[in-house]
Design a protein. Structure first.
Length: 412
């Protein structure tokens, strides 16, 4: 680990001054290498899947699984990043003082970015691409479930870097998946300029508590959908089904449904038919007392409205109005993504103003909280904090800035 940290720190000076053309050429070479090594990467992934079978849930196995289509998507994600504007060297602000001193504010790379993540192999290539395009060196520390996959992916990416004439130490993989290596990154002051944990609440909380390097909290998503009394109910059912079932293992999946009591007797039976009766994989509905009187389901427990299920489980609560919905979200949300389904402009406006989350949706699924869907190419993670970055973290969020001051013999 110490040697890797030294190599990464040494590489950041070279990577920070790469031209846009050099970075884009390297990204294309990395995408090519990823596809050239498809056989090795899929074989490594198959070994990860075999080792994880029986110890993780089916939805988590889906997060871990790679196939030719997903690998092609990862390569395309790298190429998409190459097409995006370079975030480095932008003139963010400039002004001239009354004494003639010219002050410019210019975007610069962070330096060395460490990413601790769990069992999603695509994060490996996404993080590497975003870091390189933003002029940063990355240190990747994946989970043990996906280590073989991550190692094969990084081998390919480093080959692409070498082919493009860029130092392979721009992308680094920690080979130790124990807690000790995670702690070492959290406390690598002087080597790591930014730490980004990407995973479950346990990982994120550990980083926030223990890191002595700058850390951005990302990921945990107790996401809500509120169906207001004026809602188009068919639209609401479509949004809920998408937000809950299209990929329940990701952080932008819906975990809690709030329903206006004024329409609950009409709407909840439709919900039950859509999510339980008419689905091959039914959703378990965990209901508050009001909802239990209308449809079958599991009585909601004390912690069900504070749980990121990452599974085919949905907590359901009935509320009086938008003010109660906002209050419930304030008490239980992790600040990730919330949605309202409503045809009333005043209620939409009240919800958007009152909900303090990174992404607030009006008549759309929470599943859009994603770097690609936001036009960022891909993402480093979803920041649920407010300092420096919030929401999907793309290229601009991986830069800082410095001031360049030009004088003419000025003294103070």
């Amino acid at each position: 680990m110490t040697e890797m940290l030294k190599q990464a720190k040494a590489a950041k000076a070279e990577v920070s001054i790469l031209t846009t053309g050099q970075k884009n050429h390297a990204l294309e070479a990395m995408a090519d290498a990823l596809l050239d090594h498809q056989t090795q990467i899929l074989a490594a992934n198959a070994a990860d899947l075999e080792a994880a079978a029986g110890s993780v849930s089916p939805v988590m196995l889906d997060r871990l699984m790679l196939n030719p289509a997903r690998l092609a998507g990862m390569a395309q994600g790298i190429r998409d990043v190459a097409k995006l504007p370079d975030p480095v060297g932008l003139l963010l602000d400039t002004h001239t003082r009354p004494d003639g001193l010219e002050i410019q504010k210019i975007s610069v790379p962070m330096g060395v970015i460490a990413i601790i993540y769990e069992s999603r192999p695509n994060v490996t290539s996404d993080a590497a691409a975003l870091c390189l395009k933003s002029g940063n060196v990355c240190i990747l520390r994946g989970g043990k479930e996906a280590f073989r996959s991550a190692a094969a992916i990084v081998d390919a990416l480093r080959e692409g870097l070498r082919d493009a004439g860029v130092t392979e130490n721009a992308v680094n993989l920690v080979t130790d998946t124990s807690r000790a290596s995670a702690t070492a990154l959290m406390t690598a002051s002087g080597y790591v300029d930014l730490l980004i944990p990407r995973g479950g609440a346990g990982l994120i909380n550990a980083c926030v508590r223990n890191a002595t390097v700058p850390c951005i909290a990302t990921g945990t998503g107790i996401c809500h959908v509120y169906v207001e009394r004026s809602a188009d109910q068919e639209m609401a059912l479509n949004i809920i089904e998408n937000a809950k079932t299209s990929r329940p293992s990701v952080c932008n999946a819906e975990e809690v449904l709030l329903v206006d009591k004024a329409i609950a007797a009409e709407f909840l039976p439709k919900l039950y038919n859509r999510l339980v009766v008419n689905r091959q994989k039914p959703v378990e509905l965990r209901l508050d007392t009001f909802a239990q009187a209308i449809i079958p389901g599991t009585p909601a427990g004390e912690k069900d409205f504070d749980t990121e299920f990452l599974d085919y489980i949905l907590a359901v609560k009935c509320v009086e109005n938008v003010q109660e919905a906002i209050a419930h979200i304030a008490a239980h949300s992790t600040g990730h993504s919330e949605a309202i389904v409503s045809r009333d402009p005043a209620t939409q406006k009240a919800f958007a103003a009152g909900v303090d989350s990174a992404a607030v949706y009006i008549n759309a699924s929470t599943r859009f909280t994603d770097g690609g869907e936001f036009g960022l190419g891909c993402e480093m993670g979803i920041s649920t904090q407010k300092l420096h970055a919030r929401g999907p973290m793309g290229l601009r969020e991986l830069t800082s800035y410095k001031y360049v001051i030009t004088g003419n013999g000025h003294i103070r």
